[in-house]
Design a binder for this molecule. Sequence first.
Ligand code: NAD
Length: 360
Amino acid sequence: MKYKVAVLKGDGIGPEIVESALQIIKKAQDLFGFSIELKEGLIGGIAIDKKGTPLPEETLNLCKESNAILLGAVGGPAWDSLPTEKRPEKGLLKIRKELDLYANLRPAKVWKALIEASPLKAEIVKDTDLLVIRELTGDVYYGEPRGVFKEKGKRVGINTMKYTEDEIRRVVRKAFEIARLRRKKLTSVDKSNVLEVSALWRDIVEEEKENYPDISLEHLYVDNCAMQIIKRPADFDVIVTGNIFGDIISDEAAVISGSLGMLPSASIGDRYALYEPVHGSAPDIAGKGIANPIATILSTAMMFKYSFGMWNVSDLIERAVEEALIQGYRTPDIYSAGFKEVNTVQMTVKIAENMEKLKE
Ligand code: NAD
């Protein structure tokens, strides 16, 4: 099978870190003998400059013809004064909506070599390797009615928490399937003691549980989950929750690993999937060649796992990253005294070399 990947480098450090990811894809192709067609498209600020819109039609078409999308980052000060509707970030929101990418996967892993970077105590975060799955297309961000209205001469703000049964079921199923591929433990997070939407969420999780008897399931209220993630992060495997709870819980979990430059993500639907680092376009370091490429490289590892089912390739990339950290290589964002400081290209070369070494 020939795989097609749409490559959207975007703005700021986007082109630098995506170039690193492409080097890793090429190395994987050489080592495993498969073939991936890579085609580039414009998104974000650069697309505004060249085509007058953050998501040109041809980019959307390219994404729809591809099996997966690899994205750098969008945005930067050059476009900050544009009205919200015309900003680079709109391109990203539109892509997620057009491709119906309803499940956002955010792994939070504590790498042994970077354990000291975590703001929590090493003995608490040791062995943390969890995955937050956040529903991405529903909930209070989209529910109607919404707006600021007048009631009896006073302003009142309204947003509506709303989920249909089907919206809940598809993301919950995805979470059970993914838990099955990991350590077979699923935590569903809701607020069913006070919210009817959450009570429905919990009912559907219970119904779906019947189809996955091999998965151990726990329910947590979101406030309790926020505490447990800090107290016992290593106990979690897969966490599934709605859009607004997931927005907060995924950032909380991310902080445990200690470095923005290390965090990958995936946004998955039934037909398409988009892979991108969690961080933004880092305009303060763009063009300096010092960005940490690891979040984007790990996003590529997720692409091999979730879009192409190539767990061996994904695993090799992750082990190669881990090995580079054990060898002491650090980009400036994760550097501390006693380690070997490297730039973006040097880190990429080390990871590629490790892939070759570990494959043997
Ligand atoms: P940011 O994530 O770009 O940067 C925050 C800080 O982390 C900066 O100091 C930056 O230098 C550092 N950093 C981020 N990624 C790094 C990496 N790979 N290596 C080394 N250091 C790294 O967040 P911000 O400064 O708030 O936003 C900058 C721009 O990015 C804004 O225009 C924002 O809208 C946009 N943004 C885009 C996305 C996206 O494309 N998904 C996400 C967040 C922000």
